[in-house]
Design a protein around this ligand. Structure first.
Ligand code: ADP
Length: 186
């Protein structure tokens, strides 16, 4: 099964992706986590993207698309995956579509985690993961970037009739059971 887990920063994508991974035995691929790991390891990629992540802006599409394309070629993703944090712009979505097409594959589900903006800010500022972009000023930038550049991705998949809307308000387990229901239907 190939799933895109979508939603604004702080919607709980990472948490739910891990739960889907465990229950359905599908590996998750989080572009944000890949970038943070690259920064920790001070790899060339990490050096290139550090300032961008610190500022709450987006890594250039080409860099992200190359990284994802390379990762998805690994055998562990051959049976399926959960994408968390990708695609984040319409050009990324288009690139992902042509990648799927080349492989003769298709997407099974696009899950949109819906959470109000006030709740998002609350969650991010109280999660205490020590991320350099989890402060009020950077959260505002990330939400602005989401609204301008990432929200159009939802419309892109909506046109294809692929979107399942998930109420992202509630306990982790409540939200997960909504996801299970949506996946059951797809
Ligand atoms: P969140 O959803 O909480 O903002 P992520 O871990 O998904 O966190 O992403 C953290 C940062 O990594 C983003 O603010 C951005 O700088 C970078 N990033 C992650 N995925 C992408 C992507 N698909 N395109 C561009 N930049 C990305």
């Amino acid at each position: 099964m190939k799933i895109i887990l979508f939603g604004p920063p702080g919607a709980g994508k990472g948490t739910q992706a891990k739960k889907i991974e465990t229950k359905y035995n599908i590996p998750q691929l989080s572009t944000g986590e890949m970038f943070r790991a690259a920064i920790r390891n001070q790899s060339p990629l990490g050096v290139k993207v550090k300032t961008i992540l610190d500022q709450g802006r987006l890594v250039p599409d080409e860099t992200v698309v190359d990284l994802v394309a390379e990762a998805l070629d690994r055998p562990e993703y051959s049976e399926g995956y959960i994408l968390d944090g990708f695609p984040r712009t319409v050009p990324q979505a288009e690139a992902f579509d042509s990648l799927l097409e080349k492989k003769g594959a298709s997407l099974d589900a696009f899950l949109m985690l819906k959470v109000s903006e006030a709740e998002l800010v609350n969650r991010i500022l109280s999660r205490g993961e020590g991320r350099s972009d989890d402060n009020p000023e950077k959260v505002k930038i990330r939400l602005d970037v989401y609204n301008k550049e990432t929200a159009p991705v939802l419309a892109y998949y909506d046109k294809k009739g692929l979107v399942s809307y998930i109420d992202g308000f509630g306990t982790i387990d409540e939200i997960f059971s909504r996801i299970e229901k949506a996946l059951g239907k797809s």
